[in-house]
Design a protein around this ligand. Sequence first.
Ligand SMILES: *Cc1c(COP(=O)(O)O)cnc(C)c1O
Length: 392
Amino acid sequence: MNANEIIEIENKFTSGVYAKQTLTIVRGQGASLFDADGNEYLDCSSGHGVANLGHAHPKIAEALYKQASTLITLFESFPNDQRAMLMQKMTSLVDGLDRVFFCNSGTESVEAAFKFARISTGRKNIVAAMRAFHGRTYGSLSATFNKKYREGFEPLLPGFSHVAYNNIEALDKAVNEETAAVILEVVQGEGGVYPATFEYMQAVRRICDERGALLIVDEIQTGFGRTGKMFAIQHFGVIPDLLTCAKSIAGGVPMGAVLIGKNIKNLVPGVHGSTFGGNPLSCAAANAALDVIQDEDLAGQAEAKGKYLLDKLMEINSPNIREVRGIGLMVGIEMKQKVAGYIKSLQEKKIIALNAGMTVIRLLPPLVITYEQIDQLVEALTEVLSTDSVTE
Ligand SMILES: *Cc1c(COP(=O)(O)O)cnc(C)c1O
């Protein structure tokens, strides 16, 4: 199939819920993606933060092949060697989070966290943040802020409210004895790459403790080395009660998980479950991915490369840039104009970047991106961002 055939077929049969690119990607290697004609692109999206290990990592391929020819599926009521190993690894990542629930995607991990928070506290209300993105199924959509995702799907779940992010006073007013949990991203991703402040995270933990509310941190985008630590919350010395993760957990293979703290009660058989959750194939991929993250010190790489990238971006002298912000290899460039045109121009220069809202260019490259590739990215950005954006 050539590129035009692929595009034609997808356009004909798609559900319609995706804005389709005109670029057909058929292969990946490290931080590179290749189209059907063999052209190479620098991937600065990682599939929204999935491909932290890069594409086609041999350790993931090997683990998948081995496990696929051993055992792919097994319901979690039957213990399994790969799952047991992964439980040990996952619960060793954050002190105090010593149980784990496995599922298959980000939104499922958020749904599980909400159910755990309600069954544990006997309370109903969830406080989330403005600009938050937590997923698109009904529970997580109720916590997601942007009306672009919510409109047309009401009624959403009752008991959800939103307060300004990084605003201690607003949170202080919103959390009370009826609050089951506060849910926050440690760095708001879809919302525009806004990191939490240190003071805010300390206050969030204190306010939750004072009122008996649980703290859920959503690390679906920030997890597994992206920000320079295994989890972004580790920059803050704060331990949440529930930590949701997915995206890069299994080297690109679909999986989600919730790490669970000591304060969570009433998790007894039947309370929750998932047919595919904790299947040996995904667990084997995640075991391999966690080994790679540790062996190759991907968090350390993200920290060093992120600093290198940010320093270079700060040097770009363009009147069109409002602000550059980020942590590790999670970077946002806020422009004074809409960014769709910039992202298109970058693609013409063989760079795949993301937006976050209308005015922010978001960079989430694989953590294995090379310094040469970062230089290539900076060079393209320097050229593209010095021009006025051609908007659609
Ligand atoms: C991507 C994302 C989700 C949703 O994950 P899916 O796997 O698409 O359901 C939830 N929260 C955050 C912070 C995300 O980045």
